[in-house]
Write a protein that binds this ligand. Structure first.
Ligand SMILES: Nc1ncnc2c1ncn2[C@@H]1O[C@H](COP(=O)(O)OP(=O)(O)OP(=O)(O)O)[C@@H](O)[C@H]1O
Ligand SMILES: [Mg+2]
Length: 476
């Protein structure tokens, strides 16, 4: 393709050269010939006048005169008779009065004509000049063969054509250089577009410049930049979709699993009761208790799932207001005291500034604190310590729930707030946990433009932090 451009450009320049040479030939040659004949007429007229001076009246040696003027010399009387001729004998020559150039010269004007000599049979350019020797009204005619004229015209024309052709040499060289330059750049652009079609959007064309090729390169660069950007976005969207799909599948599997265990238990004990155990008072009470526990578990699970999906879908109603942080904490500590006391756990609250307020939904904050305190008490061995408190942090208040419990291994920390994630599945389950508490906390803090995170060292206990805004904002 690039080679074709090269050849096309060279052909174009050669074409222009051919047209130029033909026009020069067609236009210049007749002009050169005309102007040459004009100057030849002047030259021969001058020679005739010079001869007039040397012609004495007596018959001279005409062949010498002819070679002196490099032409044929004819001397004609006023009545048309030939007095002398450098090429033929006057006695054999007819009266010349009717020859066109002679006729005009006899009338007193210098005249010329281009025609074939009837005497010699060759084409001549004749110039006839009126002279006063041997008597006034005579004519001296000098002629040169037209082949001589043609030869000189040809020489002149060839010189002009050569000059024109030579003038084109730099044009040809320039065209070759330009064609090479264009084909190289186009080659680079073609290679580049080929790599684009293969999906390589990282490459860029260099030396864009400002010409058409430069603009083309710049546009291609911009296009591939956009394509690269779009591909990256598509890839990340695709990855995001895959992640969402994975989470959704995991969620369905988890929910089914969490539902199946208590349902299987309820079904099993119900069948046992129906098979006769209902008539054994001790067993009947025990089995019915198990059935009740599993029903409670199912109720809690479905309630938590409902809360989660309502928050996620934005269907949960919140009533935001400025609330005293100290009061929110104290209320929750009070309601959790019996649970802590049952395990011999000391539940205390660090002093919180009285004036500290948060812009929050009281019910949601209650749910956050209940989940965190429940966890702290649940995952702290008997006789442990649980402390709550809050301190200002910029425009926010940073709450904490610290325990002296089991702690959480580092590798579990990143996934702690995922739905159904439990560090020790068996133990959490035995303690009645479903693994939804912290996921709910995360969603609730987000609704409040806050955050939640954990710091923990296995065996040294855990501290869960969450932030709430102290300033009013427009909830979404
Ligand atoms: N204070 C804590 N100390 C140690 N481990 C904790 C603590 N808080 C949470 N965890 C771990 O994080 C897991 C997830 O907690 P989360 O509250 O989400 O679920 P859960 O307590 O198991 O169940 P529930 O839905 O009833 O709250 C728990 O199973 C537990 O392993
Ligand atoms: Mg919990």
């Amino acid at each position: 393709m690039t080679a074709r451009i090269f050849i096309k450009l060279i052909l174009a320049v050669t074409g222009v050269l051919a047209v130029a040479l033909t026009s020069v030939n067609l236009i210049a040659t007749p002009r050169v010939r005309a102007s040459f004949l004009e100057s030849l007429q002047r030259e021969l007229t001058d020679k005739a006048h010079a001869l007039e001076l040397v012609l004495p009246g007596a018959a001279p040696d005409f062949s010498k005169l002819g070679s002196a003027v490099s032409g044929r010399v004819t001397w004609i009387e006023p009545d048309g008779r030939v007095l002398g001729d450098s090429e033929a004998s006057p006695s054999t020559m007819e009266n010349h009065a009717k020859r066109p150039e002679v006729a005009e010269a006899l009338a007193g004007r210098v005249a010329s004509s281009l025609r074939t000599s009837t005497t010699v049979g060759v084409e001549f350019f004749y110039v006839a000049v009126p002279v006063n020797v041997p008597r006034p009204g005579s004519v001296l005619r000098i002629a040169v063969p037209s082949s001589q004229v043609d030869e000189r015209v040809r020489d002149l024309r060839n010189a002009v054509l050569w000059a024109t052709a030579l003038a084109f040499l730099p044009a040809v060289l320039l065209a070759a250089y330009f064609a090479r330059y264009v084909s190289n750049r186009l080659g680079a652009i073609i290679d580049y577009t080929r790599s684009l079609t293969r999906g390589n959007f990282h490459a860029r064309l260099e030396n864009a410049g400002t010409g058409e090729l430069g603009m083309l390169s710049a546009n291609l660069n911009e296009t591939s930049e956009k394509l690269q950007f779009m591909m990256q976005r598509l890839e990340s969207e695709h990855a995001e979709l895959e992640k969402v799909e994975r989470v959704r599948k995991d969620f369905v599997i988890n929910v089914s699993h969490e539902l199946r265990t208590p349902l299987a238990s309820i079904q099993g004990y119900t069948e046992t009761l129906l098979d006769g155990a209902i008539n054994e008072p001790a067993n009947a009470t025990k089995f019915l208790n198990i059935i009740r526990q599993n029903t409670e578990r199912l109720t809690r699970l479905t309630a938590d799932l409902l809360v989660l999906s309502r928050i996620e879908l934005g269907q949960q109603e919140f009533t935001f207001a400025l609330k005293s942080a100290a009061k929110l904490l104290a209320d929750n500590v009070d309601s959790m005291l019996p649970l802590a006391q049952r395990k011999g756990i000391s539940l205390t609250m660090d002093p919180v500034p009285e004036e500290a307020v948060v812009y929050a939904d009281a019910e949601a904050v209650h749910q956050i604190l209940t989940n965190l305190l429940e966890n702290a008490i649940k995952y702290t061995p008997d006789g442990g310590v649980v402390t709550v408190g809050a301190r200002p942090s910029g425009d926010q208040l940073e709450f904490f729930v610290r325990d002296s419990g089991l702690g959480i291994p580092q590798e579990d920390l990143p996934r702690l707030f995922e739905r159904f994630y439990r560090v020790d599945k068996a133990r959490s389950k035995a303690l009645g946990g479903t693994g939804l508490g912290l996921a709910i906390v995360k969603h609730l803090t987000r609704v409040h433009r806050g955050d939640v995170w954990v710091e923990s060292n296995a065996d040294k206990g855990s501290t869960l932090y969450f932030t709430l805004s102290c300033k009013e904002f427009t909830p979404q």
